[in-house]
Design a protein around this ligand. Structure first.
Ligand SMILES: [Fe+2]
Ligand SMILES: [Fe+2]
Length: 320
């Protein structure tokens, strides 16, 4: 029987994965290929029904031209939110690696991650620019505290890497769901999502391994506090990352009741939110963050549900 790989071995496997399987925003996407051209009237921008807004009765009742316009704007805004979040992540990681001692294997893996996130921000911004939608990006609340978020890594790294997962898990889950559904999305967006999902598998694996290693070693009071913060952070993340901001909704003329229905009031969207967090609930179980009180909080916030069986493997991936 082979024993589970140790932390150093996992980091080495992830780092080697970054060397052998990585993407460049401008050489791995044929931006100028006519097949990838963005036509704002192309019906392939209509949101699929495996996406919360696309699944809503209000959206589906709109004329095709409006569904196309809102669909393109939604995908551009998700790209903008994603790249702003990646910007925060890169800044926090750079703060973290600054103080690492010589020989620490986290240095190599995390700098690979920064390189990949840098390409993702270029890829997403290029998409936003070509989409021709002046999209607002993150909620004003995130904009107002963005300078402080990377600094948290200096004080409580486990909290920072939990926030990293708050950003990565919902977007990764939405992209994987759309790819698996084989929807008739635009080929440019499919290519972007394939590249992103392939590389995020490593990033998410790292954050999971980091928390599995560090959370059990926290002071019991800190661990209890994190167990209570965990469901709150992920519920908020679904509102700040997976849900577009009120400013975006106003720009697109989407009424408040439609936003409420699409973002977590309808039973279908509530289930989508629960599904988004099944890997996180699995992680909470695996690293000692699920206890009777925190389980009650997951339930109260309506983000409870099945927890993925925990897999300690270096990278879950989808073939690009
Ligand atoms: Fe990314
Ligand atoms: Fe990432």
């Amino acid at each position: 029987m082979t024993s589970a790989p140790g932390y150093e071995e996992i980091l080495r496997t992830l780092s080697e994965g970054s060397v052998h399987r990585h993407f460049d925003a401008f050489t791995d996407i044929a931006w100028d290929d006519p097949e990838f051209a963005i036509d704002p009237d192309d019906p392939r921008w209509v949101l699929p029904d495996c996406e919360p807004l696309g699944a809503s009765a209000w959206y589906q009742a709109q004329p095709l031209a409006d569904r196309i316009r809102i669909g393109l704007a939604r995908q551009a805004n998700t790209a903008k939110v994603g790249l702003q979040f990646e910007n925060l992540l890169m800044r926090g990681i750079l703060e973290y690696v600054f103080a690492l001692p010589n020989g620490d294997p986290e240095f190599r893996y995390l700098t690979h991650e920064v390189t990949e996130e840098s390409h993702h921000t270029q890829m997403f911004q290029e998409f936003v620019n070509r989409a021709g939608v002046d999209t607002p990006g993150v909620h004003w609340l995130v904009r107002s505290v963005q300078s402080f978020i990377p600094m948290t890594v200096q004080v409580v790294p486990a909290f920072f890497f939990s926030m990293v997962l708050c950003g990565e898990e919902p977007i990764d889950h939405m992209q994987k769901t759309i790819l698996r559904a084989g929807s008739a999305n635009h080929p440019l967006m499919l290519r972007i999502m394939q590249i992103h999902v392939a590389e995020e598998a490593r990033h998410i694996s790292f954050a999971h391994e980091y928390l599995r290693r560090t959370v059990p070693a926290l002071h019991p009071a800190g661990r209890t506090l994190l167990s209570l913060l965990f469901p709150v952070m992920f519920a908020i993340a679904c509102d700040l990352i997976a849900k577009p901001s009120p400013k975006w909704a106003a720009q697109q003329g989407i009424p408040r009741h439609a936003m409420r229905e699409a973002f977590w009031r309808s039973p279908a969207s509530r289930q989508m939110r629960r599904d988004m967090l099944s890997d996180v609930r699995g992680l909470a179980h695996a690293c000692g963050l699920m206890n009777p009180v925190s389980a009650q909080l997951w339930r109260l916030l309506r983000v409870d549900g099945r927890a993925s069986r925990y897999r300690s493997e270096p990278a879950r991936s989808v073939q690009p």
